[in-house]
Design a protein around this ligand. Sequence first.
Ligand code: AMP
Length: 479
Amino acid sequence: MGNELEKHWRDECGVFGIYLRDPTAPNEAARDTYFGLYALQHRGQESAGIAVASGDRIVLHKAMGLVSEVFSPEVLDGLTGNVAVGHVRYSTTGSSHPVNAQPLVFRYLKGMVALAHNGNLVNAGELYLRLANLGSVFQTTTDSEVIVNLLARYAQDSLEDALAKSMIDIKGAYALVIMTENKLIGMRDPLGIRPLCLGRRGDSFILASESCAFYTIGAEFVRDVEPGEIVVIDENGLRSIHPLGSEEVAHCIFEYVYLARPDSVIDGINVNRFRRAMGRQLAREMKVEADIVIAVPDSGTTAALGFAEESGIRFEEGLIKNRYIGRTFIQPTQKMRDLGVRLKLNPVEEAVKGKRVIMVDDSIVRGTTSKQIVRMLRDAGAVEVHMAVASPPTQYSCFYGIDTSAREELIAAKMDVGGIREFIGADSLYYLSEEGMFAAAGRIKGNFCAACFNGRYPIPIPQTGRIDKDNFERTGGGC
Ligand code: AMP
């Protein structure tokens, strides 16, 4: 697989949409979307945006930054209308550009449309060339704009039919939330790689990447949008279209391992329960004597609790996270990343001093974080540090919307477990086995995409999807 492709096609994002039947305030849809995005902030901290429709127009506000930074009460007051879509976007090196922030809002033959996308198309390069040759022009470097242009090409059809046709053209992972001046539409890729779920509050419908957003706005979870399903919500209620009739599914397992919040339920699996089960399974697989189990907060906490439960080794808060520092991944250079870990995590000397410590994290990507934490714990007086990773080695890049970084940066793609242990400086290192991970899920393997662990990509990555950098620098991917 080409490096160019690997470098430029990674993003994570959160999407949200709401259709209010009887708004109680002109900016209620925008306010709900704001709080919904707040709950989805962990899925993207680079930019945030909300578009609101009110029957005859769409207004948009988006900018770089966290949800709380992008929207002031005054801005929210100006976003009036009963339908809204929102987006939070994650950072990847070189892609921090306001033009790539979403939702994308455009006007075509049938009126105005706003689109928010989580995922990555694997054939966006090919589609881009096809559309550009037909005269399409592009303003962003996101693959989401390819979808926008496809819809415009099918403008003779209804938007639903245009989306159904686009579903045949686009290959990859996507959870889309789309809005016209008076409709809200959700569309999920045929394998259901990226999550998207449907909620309800009274007569109003909500779409969100994760169910945790429903709780925040007082809505209840109804169901997941099905793989390959298009749901259309308007004044007549909700209807569902299944243009491709897909049967296979490949839900992203990394959502459960790392990305999603533990209080979400995705495709019928409770993230908290799955993560805890992974921790318990890891404890069964890993036989090490120790005094305490600690977590790398927050993503390792749930698995660490499961580990402690199963092993009978006491759980301690050994590391404190500064909640006001964004994810270290966000830092573009290695130097910044190194500093980032120290800014974010501090050891609790009292808890670890003189102890044999098992430190649980959800995954190792480059190894930078683990290496520094092991050092920190030793400096704080830990006598042994054993690293327990609640997933198998991350050896392959993701092309479907998770930023697991380029393959040459993945430590497990370059070294065996012994080499990684040495690099991070731990006394021992254990990864959860692949079978153990699937066993923890309590479902058959076939239901997941675990390509980042085993290299089995459920959608082939076409080489023609590669982008000619001079022509169209895809520094953002779709997200
Ligand atoms: P690293 O220093 O590159 O090994 O980073 C490992 C840490 O990054 C772990 O604590 C993971 O929880 C976290 N992590 C794993 N996957 C991702 C991702 N796709 N984006 C951001 N952070 C991640």
